[in-house]
Design a protein around this ligand. Structure first.
Ligand SMILES: [Zn+2]
Length: 331
């Protein structure tokens, strides 16, 4: 609610509020590099190795983690009986449980809508990734659904995650990072106030006419690794976008360190203003890739000029900080 009301106050009001505080709170404020480490649970399978890797990273970082969780773990046939305990054991106090949606066929059925099985955001055709348990739809472009169907997917997902009895936040990340205007409007209509899907398409570009990065380019043409939080004006009102700086699946350790160096440089330019860094990895590939994130963060923390500036928090808390100083969208 705090974010929504701050955004609704409008940028003019925010500027006035900031000016009226000058000489007191704002003049004394020192900016920080606000870091949110996020993991996407894709809804494919709960790999014990992935959960162990997540646990190991948490011990190493000693920082809150934001979990963007697909509810498709609850719609498999049969459902893995450890689903609820896996989530409740891994989402610790101080973490954030947020929503991630991929267009799994089983989730569409559970949402009472007709499953759509093309196009794939990986192939651009009706050729979808296949999974051992027979479920499919992971890589279906969510925008193929109409607005009521998207709302049903989002609403059902939230209801399924609430079976954990954990609080589901108002932060969202789209499968394939495909936060199209229609999807963003759907999540807002379902009460979500923060999206964290924007990513630099170049980070995912594997060459060979990569279909996904081309699709992301259409949706987020201006996103860069340094893009700061901004407001997206939707017909239904403002939505706060928290862009992703780097995902361990596509970024090298050096790339991740570069993100922090860029944040540090930005803070030097404007020392009173927080700089935001959202990092990501995936449960299903955590066993191979979570260490990359841990290594990069360790490296950055050891550098005094950088390490002292870092504050680790959730996407929700970072968004609340960002909402006070949000800028216009990048162009
Ligand atoms: Zn995903």
């Amino acid at each position: 609610m705090e974010i929504a009301s701050l955004l609704r106050a409008g940028s003019v009001a925010l500027v006035l509020a900031a000016c009226s505080q000058s000489g007191s709170e704002s003049a004394a404020t020192k900016g920080r590099v606000v870091v949110a480490v996020t993991i996407d649970w894709e809804g494919a399978y709960l790999s014990p190795e992935g959960l162990d890797a997540l646990d190991a990273l948490r011990k190493r970082l000693q920082a809150p983690i934001t979990h963007f969780v697909s509810a498709a773990y609850f719609t498999k046939e049969p459902v893995d009986p450890t689903t609820i305990s896996s989530i409740t054991e891994v989402v610790h106090r101080g973490d954030e449980l947020a929503l991630h949606v991929h267009a799994w066929r089983s989730l569409a059925k559970a949402s009472g809508i007709e499953p759509k099985l093309s196009p794939s955001f990986l192939t651009g055709t009706d050729k979808l990734l296949e999974f051992e348990d027979g479920d499919t739809g992971f890589d279906v472009d969510l925008d193929t659904y109409d607005a009521p169907a998207l709302r049903a997917l989002v609403r059902t997902s939230r209801r399924l995650l609430e079976q954990t009895h954990l609080r589901v936040s108002s932060s969202f990340r789209a499968g394939g990072y495909l936060g199209t205007p229609k999807l963003l409007q759907a999540i807002q209509d379902e009460g979500f106030t923060v999206d964290s899907s924007a990513i630099d398409y170049r980070q995912l570009d594997q060459g060979n006419d990569d279909v996904l990065s081309a699709r992301i380019k259409e949706i987020w043409p201006h996103a860069e690794k340094t893009t700061q939080p901004y407001v997206i004006d939707l017909p239904g009102g403002p939505l706060l976008e928290m862009p992703i700086a780097a995902v361990a699946d596509y970024a090298t350790g050096m790339d991740i360190v570069d993100v922090f160096e860029a944040a540090h440089a930005r803070l030097q330019q404007d020392p009173s203003r927080d700089v935001f860094v959202v990092l990501g990895f995936h449960l299903e590939t955590a066993a191979e890739l979570a260490g990359r994130l841990g290594d990069a963060i360790d490296k950055v923390r050891r550098r005094r000029e950088l390490g002292d500036e870092l504050v680790f928090t959730t996407v929700e808390s970072a968004a609340a900080l960002a909402a006070k100083t949000v800028a216009a969208p990048p162009r």
